[in-house]
Design a binder for this molecule. Structure first.
Ligand code: AMP
Ligand code: MG
Length: 405
């Protein structure tokens, strides 16, 4: 049985080797958040485009501040957005604001706090300046034409700021992968529909759609399939029109767990059908009609965990990005733990960030069907397969929920 790391690596390796490269499209900057760059981004001009003062004060020649204090003639006032055509001469200064261009001749800015105005045209400087003080030279952040972002980079708020800074109005991004979702089970009814006493509302369709959207892909929700081989095959075929297919349920060893059989019947190559984790052990991954297919276990928490571990990196690759690493953090354990050896456990947990670091405590729960317990958690404690016993106060890995970070 593969460990979760081996299973994840197998997914990454196969999708990298065989997954289709995404197409490209233009989007307006305001709609580019979370998308993946399909083209490099370069500076359209020097950054900053002029030597920029980063303080309010006086621009002058540093050498003239020796001895201290010394007096300067104020020859100009330069606001952000303005400029001064002249040059600063011996014992001259320009009053300058943060973000304004430092005039020719000046090589330092003295902060206004270290000056005294003697008259509207004279200022005394109380602190010696060194050349370069409080000035960012032209082109120090980037030279015109310099490449600043590579294709494959996911666009977050700082990338958006940079795109705006280089004058991009639109940005060329990869198309988002389309992820088909297929929930299975005779007992499952769509959330919101009337539910019989022994029926179960579809929660996986809803949580998976959220996880797909968070991962940056487009959801194609198929209508749920009953536990019937023919119905399953038909719906799977439909799902294979998308770039990736995720099924939930029907992958255990029960008589009505028909997903693996249906996939095989359609010629799928299955790479694993079990991994050494709890919850989520019967997770299936394969390749069918040129597309990656996941059969995730139906218990809602199993579905959530296996999606994060296995499906997110596949989506990243199909989106034109590198797979994100799992954002594991070390947290101090607030309660002792004892789990079954041989499986890595992902226990719903509450993580709190304190001034002394992260602390985590397991949430009482009734196993992988416990959606109410899971909703109390904002992450998972990761109890490794070879280390089943933990005492309070030890540092343990935690996987925070991405939607709450
Ligand atoms: P299965 O993996 O099909 O054996 O299902 C395991 C458990 O998860 C059963 O109790 C199912 O009723 C439940 N389950 C399966 N699919 C869903 C779903 N879409 N929403 C909520 N619960 C589900
Ligand atoms: Mg089922």
């Amino acid at each position: 049985m593969l460990s979760w790391q081996q299973a994840r690596e197998a997914v990454i390796e196969l999708v990298r080797a065989r997954g289709r490269r995404p197409g490209r499209e233009w989007v307006r900057l305001g709609r580019a958040l979370g998308r993946v760059l399909a083209e490099p981004v370069s500076a359209d001009r020097d950054l900053p485009p002029f030597p920029r003062s980063i303080r309010d004060g006086f621009a002058l020649r540093a050498a003239d501040t020796n001895p201290i204090p010394s007096e300067f003639q104020i020859v100009a006032e330069i606001k952000a957005g303005g400029s001064y055509d002249g040059a600063i001469g011996h014992r001259q200064a320009a009053r300058i604001m943060t973000g304004a261009p430092v005039p020719a001749g000046a090589d330092a800015v003295v902060m206004v706090e270290h000056t005294r105005e003697i008259s509207p045209s004279r200022v005394a400087v109380d602190r010696a300046a060194r050349p370069g003080d409080h000035i960012v030279p032209q082109g120090a952040e980037a030279r015109a034409g310099q490449k600043l972002l590579e294709p494959g980079r996911r666009i977050g708020f700082s990338e958006l700021a940079l795109l705006a800074q280089v004058g991009a109005e639109r940005v060329r991004v990869f198309r988002q992968p389309r992820v088909a979702l297929l929930t299975t089970g005779d007992e499952i009814v769509p959330a919101g529909a009337p539910v019989g006493p022994f029926q179960v509302r579809d929660t996986n369709g809803v949580s998976l759609a959220a996880q797909v959207a968070l991962a940056g892909a487009l959801v194609i929700a198929l209508s749920p399939a009953a536990d019937d081989s023919q119905a399953l095959s038909d719906r799977i075929r439909e799902g294979l029109q998308a770039d990736l297919l995720v099924l939930s349920g029907g992958v255990s060893k029960g008589k009505y767990d028909l997903v693996e059989g249906a996939l095989r019947g359609l010629g799928a190559e299955l790479h694993f059908d079990e991994i050494a984790i709890r919850p989520g052990r019967p997770a299936v991954f394969g390749w069918c009609a040129g597309k990656p297919v996941f059969g995730l276990p139906g218990n809602p928490v199993s579905t959530m965990v296996t999606f994060e571990l296995l499906v997110v990196p596949a989506i990243d690759l199909l989106a034109g990005a590198e797979p994100r690493s799992l954002p594991l953090i070390a947290a101090r354990l607030d309660a002792p733990l004892e789990e079954k050896e041989g499986l890595t456990h992902f226990l719903p947990a509450r993580v709190e960030w304190t001034p002394k670091g992260a602390a985590a405590r397991p949430i009482p729960w009734r196993g992988s069907g416990d959606v109410a317990g899971m909703a109390q958690a904002n992450g998972f404690l990761l109890v490794p397969a070879d280390r089943p016993r933990w005492t309070r106060g030890e540092m343990i890995d935690v996987l925070p929920r991405r939607d709450l970070l």
